[in-house]
Design a protein around this ligand. Structure first.
Ligand code: AMP
Length: 291
């Protein structure tokens, strides 16, 4: 696996791969890999001739009170794991490489970022869309892979590539969970002792919501209330948001129908976790009977 630290190095690798007619798959990350990251790389490997992964802890997407300085990092381990799943090249730029002193251009997607994490973390998605635009311009991938765990992020990138006519296919990869149901996240390492047990109320409350919908509940307010009650039954959990939105544009709804997104953000101690579930709402048998 080729390891590149400069834009010129990775561009020359890409030029060579493209001249051989290879499909380029790209997996942008902030590193500290877990099975969720590796699932994106494996998915890319299945469909693309060349897989490029980036590791860049992007200061631009962290708020001033957030965990940029102590975000977990282990580049050597990441390189090993990426190589094991067959990544062809890994791009690990420095902050100066990505944001040289006179850097002053930003990319911002509106509307879809007004809710959920966009509301709770002002400026976060502007940082994400700016860095992803730069990475897309550098790597020029045919396909780019994003995790469902960060649903709003993937939806925002999808909006951005459509709006700006960026020629890349965005692929959404299902959330990878630990055996106990907790969505894998680099931040799970912050959870200590009882906090980890408390965090399990997040996937449990998603399951509770799915069950309520399965049982016929169609009022989003009632489902959200049940989720909040489940979450706060655990005193260590502090809710940031519990929301249900329509797909794919994340708009408010008053009735559950079709496919909708249930998204949760909660703090356990200082650790902010997010998770979500796409609820497939049965149509109550109102469709015309099969002949
Ligand atoms: P990050 O390093 O946290 O920026 O994540 C890099 C990519 O991995 C993003 O597209 C995330 O959505 C994705 N990802 C993170 N956690 C998971 C997970 N548990 N399952 C699937 N994808 C994930």
């Amino acid at each position: 696996m080729l390891v590149c630290h400069t834009i010129n190095e990775i561009k020359s690798f890409i030029r060579q791969a493209a001249s051989l007619g290879k499909t380029i798959g790209f997996v942008p990350t902030m590193g500290y890999f877990h099975a969720g990251h590796l699932a994106l790389m494996s998915e890319a490997k299945k469909t693309c001739g060349v897989v490029v992964c980036s590791i860049f802890v992007n200061q631009l997407q962290f708020g001033p009170q957030e965990d940029f300085a102590c975000y977990p990092r282990d580049i050597e381990r990441d390189k090993r794991l990426a190589e094991e799943v067959g990544v062809d090249a890994i791009f690990i730029p420095s902050a100066e490489e990505m944001y040289p002193p006179r850097f002053s251009t930003f990319v911002e997607t509106k509307k879809i970022t007004d809710c959920l994490c966009g509301k709770s973390r002002p400026g976060h998605f502007r940082g994400v869309t700016t860095v992803v635009t730069k990475l897309f311009n550098i790597i020029q991938p045919n396909m780019a892979f994003f995790g469902q765990k960060d649903f709003q992020q993937a939806a925002t990138i999808q909006r951005m590539v459509e709006d700006l006519n960026i020629e890349v296919k965005i692929v959404l990869v299902p959330t990878v969970r630990d055996k106990d149901g907790l969505a894998l996240s680099s931040r799970n390492i912050y959870l200590k002792g009882a906090q980890r047990q408390a965090a399990l109320n997040i996937p449990r409350s998603l399951a509770l919501a799915a069950q309520a919908v399965e049982n016929g509940e169609r009022d989003p307010a009632k489902v959200k209330m049940a989720v909040c009650n489940k979450l706060t039954a655990e005193p260590l959990v502090e809710i940031d948001y519990v929301e249900i939105y329509s797909l794919p544009y994340l708009e408010e709804i008053s009735l559950l129908q079709g496919e909708v997104l249930l998204a949760i953000a909660a703090k356990i101690g200082k650790t902010r976790l997010i998770d979500n579930l796409v609820l497939k709402v049965p149509d109550n048998g109102q469709s015309s009977p099969k002949r």
